[in-house]
Design a protein around this ligand. Structure first.
Ligand SMILES: CSCCC(=O)C(=O)COP(=O)(O)O
Ligand SMILES: [Zn+2]
Length: 212
């Protein structure tokens, strides 16, 4: 006897393939070292496809992508979702339009998170690449990328993110000594935001090396 799944398995297959292809490229760029990072996409208004906890994210297969509900509870599986699932589901729960959340641990992201933890944000201004963020259409603007203190308690981190989202519209944040979260309406938009943050953080770090 087969039990009907509460989500569309074809949609899961499609979204899992999308995660695998994109994450392989992010891993090849060195942004997912030592089993770090996690990735998710929305399946429908109640379900999210997310990477399982642990393992080399550069070698994901369909078996490494599972389904959770918006409370982060596994659906029709006994696999263990990412330890940081709450940081994904809080965004899907809060914004119906968010379709993809990407979290990476590149060197630039991690170094910048340490360097700017004291000020609580990274000021990004005057760059043409700011136009990569949905809603921006000029370089004559600035965004503040928040830097949150790290915690092993996801509820503490999620509360900090919620407090920020109450105050500002944003496409990502850094966690001190940890990495970057970025999101968008779909994989393409989330990846564009992630790559833009990575590039701009690299520029800010390089400028500091040049003492500017
Ligand atoms: C060795 S990485 C430490 C955990 C982490 O920050 C991360 O991004 C990966 O956690 P997950 O449970 O999603 O594998
Ligand atoms: Zn992490």
């Amino acid at each position: 006897m087969s039990t009907a799944l509460p989500y569309d398995p074809q949609q899961l297959k499609h979204r899992a393939g999308e995660i695998i292809v994109n994450v392989r490229e992010l891993a090849a760029a060195g942004w997912t070292p030592a089993t770090s990072s996690n990735f998710s996409t929305r399946l429908d208004d109640r379900h999210v496809a997310i990477t399982v906890s642990g393992g080399d994210k550069g070698r994901l297969t369909e078996a490494d992508i599972m389904v959770v509900d918006l409370d982060g509870q596994p659906v029709a599986t006994d696999q263990r979702p990412s330890a940081e699932t709450l940081l994904h589901t809080q965004l899907y729960s809060r914004f119906a339009e968010i379709g993809c959340v990407l979290h990476t641990h590149s060197r630039n992201q991690t170094v910048a998170s340490r360097l700017f933890a004291g000020t609580g944000h990274v000021h990004l201004e005057g760059y043409e690449l700011l136009k990569a963020f949905t809603g921006n259409n000029t370089h004559e603007t600035a965004i503040e990328l928040p830097v949150l203190p790290n915690s092993q308690d996801m509820h503490t981190l999620a509360a900090q993110v919620d407090a920020l989202l109450d105050r500002q519209c944003m496409w990502g944040y850094l966690i001190d000594g940890h990495g970057l979260y970025a999101w968008g309406r779909d994989m393409a938009e989330a990846r564009r935001h992630l790559e833009a943050f990575e590039f701009l953080l690299g520029c800010e770090l390089e400028l500091r090396k040049l003492h500017r």
